[in-house]
Design a binder for this molecule. Structure first.
Ligand code: GDP
Ligand code: GDP
Length: 467
């Protein structure tokens, strides 16, 4: 795809509808942090986007709203006109929670006049609050809106389907492509896939790790222990970007970036008010991380807030490790562990096999085990399962436990491939995907996790209508 003009997708819409959030989703957030140079006014951002096997250039028209003045509308109009002229597809974003505004309508008029195909995304559609806005969006005359949530990653497969239909062949990965770590070939090239051990993808990249948890769990103590006091005092400033703090670090010769931990921010800004870690802060830390260490005070155990954080980690597609801290102070260690395991088993069904490392941040005990667990789940998060093995597995599985009958005919699961790593994401081509019961889907995901040894990471399976 080197000599071809890249398939270009422009994100347009009024301020605050979620364009930047979508942009970050499409290009992968780690890039966004690095590129976010503070103080630089951009009127447009570009990045290499990817959805499944599809590669494209994303042009974001957000960011120039920072200086809000009279000329805003005029500048937005210009930007948008330019972006859609150059783009192959425009993604028009509206805020379904806020409903339509005159500005949305102005954008829609602009788009209707042009010849660029438009995909209308009704963003913020997680939950019920977006329903009225979603219905209103039909009136824009830009086709059926896709219910979407840039923040929660809802609607990505519909967006993929809409883009796929308009993308040129060279925008898709083939197995020979220069980036073998991301995607497997489309079904037809199945025979080319080497079938061997479940090896992690190389080369290793910088592992981004966040330490989250309730106040007082021991996060800053751990950061200090891991880095040494001196680094802690000098580190944060160096890593401050507009909305994240990161410390570059090395563990056992491997690069690690410690991102956006409440303890770090507190030290960095010397601001006591920031001691509470808000949900917003936690979510941001999770999004910047590959591996999230959820730190618990073992004397207190795991409560609802901690579970909420663990679920957020799953929803955001990150790998999870639990640090059971203050182990030195726990009197009844068996009871504490049993309580935690019980919690995990009954209330955290979405991710199974999360490693629990008992440790003492204060005394510097078991930190090696913690970091080992972090690298292990990172490897799992990057794991690639060969297509041949998947299809043999699918065949055997559907034989022992067949999918249900649909109107008297057996629902067929025809073909399976891993479309993405980080986290492991699979697609199954089915005869009538919409009819597959949720219970069967859960059975599939759980078996997949178990049989291919994918603990502690989200495992995603998408169904596609197949040949
Ligand atoms: P932009 O100005 O269009 O680039 O919008 P941003 O991406 O900066 O998002 C504006 C606000 O909407 C931010 O507070 C986001 O966190 C929030 N937001 C973005 N996407 C979603 C979503 O899917 N659901 C909800 N509830 N909020 C979102
Ligand atoms: P944060 O709010 O999560 O950053 O928590 P801190 O690192 O500030 O720790 C909160 C309190 O717990 C401090 O008084 C620490 O000394 C204490 N603490 C942290 N780790 C341990 C530990 O492993 N054992 C014990 N006994 N206390 C700890």
């Amino acid at each position: 795809m080197t000599q071809d003009r890249p398939f270009t997708v422009a994100i347009v819409g009024r301020p605050n509808v979620g364009k930047s959030t979508l942009f970050n989703r499409l290009i992968g957030k780690q890039i966004a942090i690095v590129d976010d140079t503070p103080g630089v006014t951009r009127d447009r951002r570009e990045g290499q986007g990817r959805l499944g096997p599809l590669n494209f250039l994303v042009v974001d028209t957000a960011g120039f709203e920072d200086s809000y003045d009279d000329s805003l509308e005029a500048r937005m109009r210009q930007q948008t006109e330019r972006a859609i002229m150059e783009a192959d597809v425009a993604l028009m974003v509206i805020d379904a929670r806020a409903g339509l505004t005159p500005m949305d309508e102005a954008f829609a008029r602009l788009l209707r006049k042009g010849s660029t195909p438009v995909i209308l995304l009704a963003n913020k559609c997680e939950g019920k609050a977006g329903e009225p806005g979603l219905l209103e969006a039909y009136s824009l005359g830009l086709g059926d809106p896709v219910p979407f949530s840039a923040q929660h990653g809802i609607g990505l497969s519909e967006l993929y389907d809409a883009l796929e239909a308009r993308a040129p062949q060279h925008a898709f990965d083939t197995y020979e492509d220069e980036e073998p770590e991301e995607d497997l070939p489309p079904p037809d090239e199945e025979a080319e896939v080497p079938d061997g051990d479940l090896l992690p993808d190389e080369p290793p990249r910088t592992l981004q790790m966040a330490i989250v948890g309730r106040p007082n769990a021991g996060k800053s103590t751990l950061v200090n222990q891991l880095l040494g006091e001196e680094r802690m005092l000098t580190g944060p400033e160096a890593g401050i970007t507009r909305d994240a703090i990161a410390i570059e670090w090395e563990y056992d010769g491997r690069p690690v970036r410690l991102v956006d931990t409440a303890g770090m921010r507190r030290k960095a800004r010397i601001d006591k008010k920031l001691e509470q870690m808000s949900v917003q802060d936690t979510l941001r830390a999770i999004r910047y991380a590959h591996v999230v260490v959820l730190m618990l005070d073992a004397e207190l155990g795991m409560d609802k807030q901690d579970l909420t954080i663990a679920r957020m980690v799953e929803e955001e597609g990150r790998a999870l490790v639990i640090a059971f801290n203050k182990w030195d102070a726990v009197a009844d260690k068996d009871a504490a562990l049993a309580g935690l395991n019980d919690r995990l088993e009954t209330s955290l069904n979405q991710v199974k096999g999360v490693p629990v490392v008992t440790l003492s941040a204060l005394k510097g005990r078991n930190l090696d085990r913690l970091m080992k667990a972090v690298f292990t789940v990172y490897e799992t998060w990057n794991r690639r399962v060969p297509t041949g093995a998947l299809n043999r597995w699918l065949g055997a599985l559907t034989e022992t436990h067949a999918p249900p009958l649909v109107r008297g005919r057996r629902l067929k699961l025809r073909y399976m491939t891993q479309i993405k790593t980080r986290p492991p994401t699979f697609a199954i081509w089915a005869s009538v995907p919409e009819e597959l019961p949720g219970s069967y889907m859960r059975y599939l995901v759980n078996s997949l996790r178990q049989d291919f040894d994918l603990p502690a990471v989200p495992v995603r399976v998408y169904l596609r209508k197949g040949r």
